[in-house]
Structure formats: C-alpha cells, structure tokens
Design a protein around this ligand. Structure first.
Ligand code: ADP
Ligand code: TRP
Length: 362
C-alpha cells in the first residue's frame, strides 16, 4: 500500500497541520510505503518571496522530521524536485472540466479572501491530482479541507481511465482514498474558525514559549463569569485541550466546565501547560537535527531520488497511454489510438498492457 501527502511551505507549521495531517502521516509509516512532500509549486500560488519560500521549505522539512517522520521508512522530498509532476498536471488539465474546478471550495474561499484569480490558483487541484496520481498512491492522509481536492483527483483519474485505459482491468491510474480522522479533521484556531497559516489564528508547533502562551491566552471565549457553568462542546479551549490530554483529564475538565467556578483564564493556563509539554520531546529532537547541518538536505536528496524513480515509471505509462513519445526512446505507437463511437479517441489495449501501475512491477 502506498501512502502520500503534501504540505505547503506557505508559512510555519501549526497544531492544525500537526493533528490533521502530520501525526496521521507519521502513524501510517508503519502501514505501508510512505511519500511525503513539501508542496512548493503549490505555495507559489500565494507566496511571492523567494527567500521566504526557500526558508519555509527548509523549516517544513526540519519540523516534520522533528515531529517523527522517519526517513528510513518515509521518502521526504520537495515537490519541485520531481518536475515531471507539472507535465502530468498539463495532461490532466486537458481532460479536466472547467465546471469541476469552478466548484472547488478552496478556490472560491481564496477569491473571497481577496486573492487574485490566477490560472495557477484555479488549476491548483489539477496539480494536486498529479501529485497523487504520479506515485500510484492508495491513501492520502489530510484534514477535511482537502477532501474535495481528493474527490477531484478521483474524477480526473476516472476520466483518464475512461478515455485512455483499457478498462476495467487495465486502468492508467489507481483511484486514491482520503484518510481523514473525524476527531482531528478540523482543528479550531484562536477565533474558533479552522486554524490556518493564512488566517492569523494559528498556534505554531515550534513557537517561542512566551508567544505561544500569549496566543493560548488570547483564545476567544464567550463572556460567562467565573462561577457560571460553561459548555465544553462549544469551547475552543476544551476542543484543543482534548487533543493533548488523556481520557481521564478530558473527563475531569469537562466536569469542571459544566460545574462552574473556574474561569476561562484558568482553563487556558492548563491548556498551555499540556500543549507545551506535549511538544517537548519534539523540540529536543529538533535541536539535535539542527546541529547536524547536512541532515535535512541528505534526507531530501534521498527522498527525491526515490520519488523520481516512481514518477518516471508512471510517466512512461501515461505518455504511452495518451500517445506521446516515451522519454529516451522509441515511439510506442505500435498500437494506434482507435476512434470510439462518440468521436473521441481511446487507446487500444496494447498500450495499457505494457504499462501496469508502478507498484505492480517488481
Ligand atoms: P494551511 O491551511 O494552514 O495553509 P495547509 O493547507 O498547508 O495548511 O494544510 C496542510 C495539511 O494540514 C492539509 O492536509 C490540511 O488538511 C491540514 N490542515 C490544515 N489546517 C488544518 C486544521 N485546522 N485542522 C485539521 N487539518 C488541517
Ligand atoms: N493542497 C494541500 C494543502 O493545502 C497540499 C497538497 C498539495 C497535497 N499536493 C498534495 C496534499 C497532494 C495531499 C496530496 O494542504
């Protein structure tokens, strides 16, 4: 089973990224072959400062490693170290219906927040589909905000299979499944909305101690007085505390919320202590990694090599299936596309037969 996910280096990683994507991704290292990448091509849609992009990319690698990504098990790499993915994005864009992309929530939200409507922003889900399909991925661990992007990926893969695969036994692409955990699918930020790098409501995984305390103390609450009973289910403090605390501790805090007599300020202090302790071993690991200057670079170089191997295999299959010359070689056009009844063209079986999904080759 192949597992893949990506994270944009558009800022510094926060606890929403950690619980929504990084921790599940790290846990999945035990279950299959894992590929995790820094989505720097995607970050270009929002970040236009080259030095910041380089610096954030380095930081994402460092932070992911510090949080438990094991480079002996997982390939960690920069998206842009596998430029073939942009070629696949082009091929996918030739069959991607405009209407499908126009319905993408993430695109509409970004426009609503004032981002310019660039072609890159519009095409974001197509590049993401290419990221997933180029590694024959089975499972994609993400937060809920990415669910629709994975549905779009499945749609595009299905369209390519219909158009160019000799179905049902010889698809060009595997259809990936999202892996979303209900308890951590949307981690709330300081204002109770989804925590995001771009909303300014984030608590960073490796923030400075005073800054982190200040941010926790600034979580928005209602104005219930100290003595009043409080609703834990509607409290951002309680939701965040539940991510870090044990079952017993969660039950205890729930009872104290419901009983009244404790102010939000007190609960925030307890949340800060839990959060700070939770990441203590990871802060230590991060210091160690930082001391070895070439560690992250070596991990990224190895990861990119592995990712390139698979991407090259899959692209050879795709190029042959759609009728492009395969790199370095002969034109595999011995089996010409044949016309289908509806006037479109369909590759004959011989093309797909030569190109099984990469994971099935030895
Ligand atoms: P951001 O919204 O902060 O820019 P990204 O879009 O780079 O974060 O998200 C990287 C991964 O982290 C994705 O899988 C995304 O679903 C997940 N993620 C981001 N924010 C949250 C959140 N608040 N709760 C749960 N998962 C999240
Ligand atoms: N769009 C994702 C995000 O903002 C990042 C991403 C890019 C991704 N390509 C991917 C996630 C492929 C999973 C698989 O969070």
């Amino acid at each position: 089973m192949r597992i893949l996910s990506g994270i944009q280096p558009s800022g510094v990683l926060h606890i929403g990224n950690y619980f929504g994507m990084m921790r599940p991704a790290i846990e999945l290292q035990k279950e299959g072959e894992t590929f995790y990448f820094i989505a720097d091509y995607h970050a270009l849609t929002s970040l236009r400062d080259p030095e910041a992009l380089r610096e954030n990319s380095r930081r994402v690698a460092l932070d992911f490693l510090a949080c438990g990504l094991d480079p002996e098990r997982a390939a960690l790499f920069r998206q842009s170290d596998v430029p073939q993915v942009t070629e696949l994005a082009w091929i996918l864009s030739t069959i991607a219906p405009m209407g499908l992309l126009e319905r993408a929530h993430s695109y509409k939200d970004k426009l609503a927040r004032g981002m310019a409507a660039t072609v890159g922003l519009f095409n974001y889900p197509v590049l993401m589909a290419a990221d997933i399909l180029i590694y024959d991925s089975d499972i994609v661990p993400v937060g809920k905000d990415q669910k629709q992007h994975i549905e779009i990926t499945r749609d595009l893969a299905g369209k390519i299979n219909e158009t160019y695969g000799s179905e049902p036994d010889q698809p060009v692409f595997k259809l990936p499944e999202p892996r979303i955990h209900a308890k951590t699918e949307v981690v709330p930020g300081l204002d109770g909305q989804k925590m995001s790098k771009s909303y300014g409501n984030n608590i960073d995984i490796f923030g400075d101690e005073n800054e982190t305390r200040k941010r926790v103390m600034s979580i928005v609450t209602d104005s219930a007085p100290v003595e009043a009973p409080k609703d834990p289910e509607r409290s951002t403090i309680f939701k965040l505390y539940s991510l870090f605390a044990s079952k017993d501790e969660i039950t205890e805090m729930r009872e104290r919320f419901e009983k009244g007599g404790t102010g939000y300020g007190e609960f925030k202090k307890e949340l800060f202590v839990k959060l700070w302790d939770y990441f203590a071993p990871m802060r230590k690991r991060r210091e160690e990694i930082l001391r070895d200057k070439s560690y992250s670079d070596n991990v990224l170089a190895r990861g990119s090599e592995r990712a390139n191997q698979i991407a090259d295999q899959v692209m050879a299959r795709v190029r042959a299936a759609v009728g492009l010359r395969t790199r370095g070689g002969e034109d595999r056009q011995n089996s010409r596309p044949r016309a289908t009844g509806d006037g479109s063209v369909r590759a004959s079986n011989a093309i797909a037969e030569k190109h099984q999904p990469a994971s099935e080759s030895p």
